[in-house]
Ligand binder design. Structure first.
Ligand code: SF4
Ligand code: SF4
Length: 56
């Protein structure tokens, strides 16, 4: 169960700064999580100002 970033992302970058696995990068229209790197720690979801990160 990896985490996923939804269309609610406003590309603030807060989540990428918190990720211990460097699994989050800036994509074309939003930030994206690499499911192969995600440790499912939930840190990103906790700092997102727009509740754009959901657990799959
Ligand atoms: Fe990174 Fe943790 Fe978010 Fe996975 S759940 S993308 S490891 S901060
Ligand atoms: Fe997008 Fe939320 Fe990450 Fe900011 S913290 S880049 S709004 S997913």
């Amino acid at each position: 169960m990896a985490y996923r970033i939804t269309d609610e992302c406003i590309s603030c970058g807060c989540c990428a700064a918190e990720c211990p696995a460097n699994a989050i990068s800036e994509g074309d229209t939003s930030y994206v999580i690499d499911p192969d790197l995600c440790l499912e720690c939930g840190a990103c979801a906790g700092v997102c100002p727009n509740d754009a990160i959901v657990e799959e």
